[in-house]
Write a protein that binds this ligand. Structure first.
Ligand code: ATP
Length: 355
């Protein structure tokens, strides 16, 4: 296994797309990094640069202390020599080959002896629980099984780094959950340095040791899921990561509170125009405070009760301000509600950046 160092990586697609701008991240040996961002943010380009399938226009990538790319020095190790395993979004299995041959393919390219190939394929198939599928064709497999074959093929050459590009996007919601669990435990067991790219925050939440959030080719934040959730660097991150989505309202900072016009949020706040972010888990409708430090806001009116998963969320309105709040009582639409706030959960932003 190996650590990974990405330094000031840039990828420019002429005439005018910067798919990556000044991306730097170091990934520890055995770490699971999830790269999360919306469509077109540069995720695939990032992982392809690491695999060697794309050549960056600036920057360096090191595996351990060995540069595989150094644009300035003209270093660019070809993909086959980088010792990475890659799982693609569509799994890219060869339809005319049986599972065994699909998995064996990277070893055959390396011209390993037949007995060695046989041994390694059987070992990896065993580890992935697909030993009894080796003589089937991909079309005879379920989505989850095909995915395991794609992972087996990526792992069979015992790569130093495992790269996965949206590996769950072809799975239905239930399979996705079990596939995530499977990938996580496999990664833990093998201790392989892994980068997984996704636009689905639930993948990120379930899998990441650390998370790199990217938008328009620019890294927005790198941190553990807790850090990113509790301390989002900016409004983009706050809105992109967290379920249910964060409430974001405009207000005026007044020292010991933020004035939303029709509602005061009693937290320390610098003077001036601010955006206030409060997750629906940090503000709630209840008959009494749930925690000693929580404070009561002015009562609001429930205009709608929604269900996000199995959790009821109330849309509470004051005069103008509307906030989604977790709901711990049985009030209904039209009722006036007591509303409580977990103060530490309030996040303030100015011009999109955390203050
Ligand atoms: P998605 O989640 O939709 O796959 P992504 O985050 O993986 O998106 P990329 O595929 O890395 O994003 O693309 C980043 C940007 O680079 C996009 O604006 C895309 O149009 C552009 N791009 C990617 N590949 C090329 C290319 N070969 N030529 C020109 N532009 C490209």
């Amino acid at each position: 296994m190996v650590s990974l160092q990405v330094e000031k990586l840039e990828k420019f697609f002429p005439p005018n797309v910067y798919a990556l701008r000044d991306v730097s991240v170091s990934i520890r040996d055995g770490e699971f990094l999830v790269v999360l961002g919306p469509s077109g943010s540069g995720k695939t380009t990032f992982i392809r640069c690491i695999a060697g399938l794309e050549t960056p226009t600036k920057g360096r990538i090191l595996f351990g202390d060995v540069p595989v790319v150094d644009v300035e020095r003209g270093v660019n190790v070809p993909p086959a020599k980088r010792n990475v395993g890659m799982v693609f979004q569509n799994w890219a299995l060869y339809p005319h080959m049986k599972v065994f041959d699909n998995i064996a393919f990277p070893l055959k390219i390396k011209k390993l002896p037949r007995r060695e190939v046989e041994k390694r394929v059987r070992e990896v198939a065993e580890a992935l629980g697909i030993s009894d599928l080796l003589s089937r064709y991909p079309r005879q497999l379920s989505g989850g099984q095909q995915q395991r074959v794609a992972i087996a093929r990526a792992l069979v050459k015992e790569p130093q780094v495992l790269l996965m590009d949206e590996p769950f996007s072809n799975l239905d919601a239930r399979l996705r959950i079990s596939a995530r669990e499977f990938v996580k435990s496999l990664q833990r067991r093998l201790g392989i340095t892994t980068i997984l790219v996704t636009h689905d925050q639930h993948d990120a939440y379930a899998l990441a040791d650390r998370l790199m959030i990217i938008n328009n080719g620019v890294v927005q934040q790198i941190g553990t899921t807790d850090e990113v959730l509790n301390n989002p660097a900016n409004v983009f991150v706050a809105q992109f990561f967290g379920d249910p989505p964060i409430n974001l309202v405009e207000g005026e900072g007044r020292g010991d509170h933020v004035d939303l016009g029709d509602l005061k949020i009693p937290v320390q706040a610098p003077q001036g125009r601010l955006q206030v972010g409060i997750r629906p888990t940090d503000i709630y409708v209840a008959d009494r405070p749930l925690n000693p430090g929580d404070i009561e806001l002015a009562p609001g009116r429930i205009v709608l009760v929604e269900y996000l998963g199995f959790t009821p969320v109330a849309v509470v309105r004051w005069e103008r301000t509307e906030i989604r709040a977790a709901m711990y009582n049985k009030l209904r639409e039209g009722d006036t509600a007591r509303v409580f706030l977990r103060k530490e959960g309030v996040k303030l932003f100015r011009d999109g950046v955390r203050v």
